[in-house]
Design a protein around this ligand. Structure first.
Ligand SMILES: Nc1ncnc2c1ncn2[C@@H]1O[C@H](COP(=O)(O)OP(=O)(O)OP(=O)(O)O)[C@@H](O)[C@H]1O
Ligand SMILES: [Mg+2]
Length: 387
């Protein structure tokens, strides 16, 4: 029986400090050489993935997604930098054959083209990893393999050769094989790329089920309907990672513009209640909130300030003033907790917006929605905004 796909998983509010990292990449560079010379595919990737996260990775063809996964699985090695998986540096002082055994015990790997051995039955395919790393009692292996096939709904086909089942079923068998040694981490490179929508849906449902059991999953995909079901979506643009606050704040931006913002962004922290932007001052930056909550308030001389809105992580401010011209219409200050923002200089923000009408439109819609929501919540303050 395949578990039914559930709706988008609740975000894992893992505390960045306390949740244990299962993957740590620091300054990972990968160069390849060809006839034309050397070229760099990964240009210094820093990435942390914590236990229990379901992470998708997207990016244009050739941006380095598979290369990145190969650095995590140890299938290929970085030219520079460090990769720590499950607490162990997988490249320092480890031989190729040690790495191969480590991979067999600790990782499940799924590819776009299932790579089942054609002369073996589905059951034998699933037993293979257990044989390779010599895990589980010899007699128990077929029992366990059958249970895994049952988990993916293929017990009836256990003794069939891969060619006799559908492509969707072959991928399900490949997933059962990936889970053979009960690895804590599943790495999947476009696992649904070759499948119809229904089979793809079944597979993601299965992944969601694994995540509820505490597994960590990192999946490359081109399908936006799948990225919306993961906890975190990481974008790779020409071998570099895009800051996740940038991509979540402005999802309509082209990847190259997101990357530009990633590089331009200045990170700044504010203490609780500290002013970030004063009303009537010239707005010099576009602000994206990385952490914490800000209050947008109208200062009143004789009475209490009116809070126009509260904005949280992945929301932004300063855009109205930058796009329409004019000074700050309200005060923006940190809420009760420290706030961290990313700041893009005025001229850079306006230049990119000029090149991305879709984003300008989307920003306009978000602002409009914010104002309307506010009007519903507090008609008095709503009128103030529109004056
Ligand atoms: N072993 C290799 N030798 C030389 N060049 C390579 C090698 N592997 C990948 N490349 C090159 O590195 C770049 C990134 O490749 P990669 O396969 O990581 O991209 P990708 O993002 O997975 O693309 P796709 O979406 O098409 O799968 C490409 O230009 C590719 O040709
Ligand atoms: Mg690829």
């Amino acid at each position: 029986m395949t578990p039914r796909p559930s709706p988008k998983p609740a975000p894992v509010h893992l505390n960045a400090d306390s949740a244990e990292a299962i993957i740590e990449m620091r300054g990972v560079v990968k160069r390849f050489s060809n006839a034309a010379g050397e070229f760099t595919v990964l240009k210094g990737v820093d990435l942390t993935i914590r236990r229990g996260e379901f992470v998708s990775i997207v990016g244009k063809s050739g941006s380095g997604k598979s290369t990145l996964l190969n650095m995590i699985t140890g299938i290929d090695h970085p030219s520079e930098g460090q990769v720590v998986v499950g607490g162990a540096d997988i490249y320092t002082g480890v031989t190729e054959s040690q790495r191969s055994k480590w991979r067999g015990k600790n990782l499940g790997i799924v590819f776009q083209f299932f790579q089942l051995l054609p002369m073996l039955t589905l059951l034998e395919n699933v037993m293979l990893p257990m044989d390779y790393v010599d895990m589980y009692e010899f007699d128990l292996r077929p029992v366990r393999a059958l249970a895994l096939l049952e988990m993916v709904g293929l017990e009836k086909f256990a003794n069939k050769l891969p060619v006799l089942v559908s492509t969707g079923q072959q991928q399900l068998a490949a997933i059962a094989r990936a889970m053979a040694c009960d690895p804590p981490l599943l790495i999947a490179d476009e696992p649904t790329g070759n499948l119809d929508t229904r089979s793809a849906d079944t597979i993601i449902g299965l992944f969601e089920h694994f995540v509820t059991q505490g597994k960590t999953i990192v999946m490359v995909t081109h399908d936006p309907s799948l990225t919306s079901r993961t906890h975190r979506n990481i974008i790779l643009s020409d071998g570099e990672l895009i800051d996740e606050t940038v991509s979540r704040s402005l999802p309509q931006l082209r990847h190259r513009h997101m990357l530009e913002f990633t590089k331009l962004a200045e990170r700044r922290a504010f203490q609780p209640r500290e002013t970030i932007l004063s009303a009537d001052s010239r707005v010099e930056h576009f602000f994206m909130i990385r952490e914490g909550e800000v209050e947008v308030a109208l200062k009143k001389k004789r009475s209490k300030d009116i809070i126009l809105s509260r904005l949280g992580a992945d929301e932004f401010f300063g855009e109205m003033e930058l796009l329409r011209g004019g000074k700050a219409i309200a005060n923006v200050r940190a809420g009760g907790k420290p706030v961290e923002v990313l700041m893009i200089p005025r001229a850079d923000f306006l230049r990119v917006m000029e090149q991305s009408p879709v984003t300008v439109e989307a920003v306009g819609r978000i602002v409009q929605k914010r104002l309307e929501e506010h009007r519903v919540a507090d008609p008095r303050a709503g009128r103030k905004v529109h004056k």
